[in-house]
Write a new protein. Sequence first.
Length: 247
Amino acid sequence: MIRSIGAMIMLGIDTLRALPYTWREREKVLAAFFEIGNASLLMSCILSMFIGGVLALQSGPVLVERGLPFVIGQLVGLSMCKELGPVMMAILIAGRVGSAMTAELGSMRVYQEVDALKTMKINPIHYLVLPRMIAITFALPMLVIFSILVGWLGGGLVSMTNSEIAISYQNYMNNLRIAVEWPDLAHGISKSMVFAIVIGLVSCYEGLQTSGGPRAIGQAVTQSVVKSIVFILILDYFVTRLFILIE
């Protein structure tokens, strides 16, 4: 595991060195960016809608019973901004997009397409890794913004329609706006960028390290998703701790 982490860090350093070649690979970056969006936007919106709704459904009746209905909007707003939006979207992208990246690069590795690129003096980092890393680093924060907004909407709809809560959507949003500030949104977006880099590095590394046959590709995909989720949850703690110290 430690050796793998070191190799992923080196892959990240090599990708940083390749950043000056971004413009040359712009078509691949845009293609990867739109592919991530098309593959994940609808699913992320559905997931976020129900996450926000469940938050309001679970906490609303208890808060109303204790005379704190105004806390519902604040709870859903901050939870979606700081924690559930970034983490759940990162896990979704790791399973849906990261696995596809690993499978694609793993297939190219197994069937010697990566070696063919090296033979033609084409750097695999520039051609394969860089576009995917840039695309996921920008795509995931945008998906998180969508997920936060849709999660707020889901919480508001449940608060308005559930008879045990029964607060107006306007009051819900007013209370949410009181609690949520721009630094809270920046918190979630910053987290999502960190998670995106981790997912990209893990997925590309596992794909490029694949060797064997089709069975090895499946194993690489499994390892990629599992490692991504583990690293996301570990880094979530440390990034949250860092923001607490900064605040």
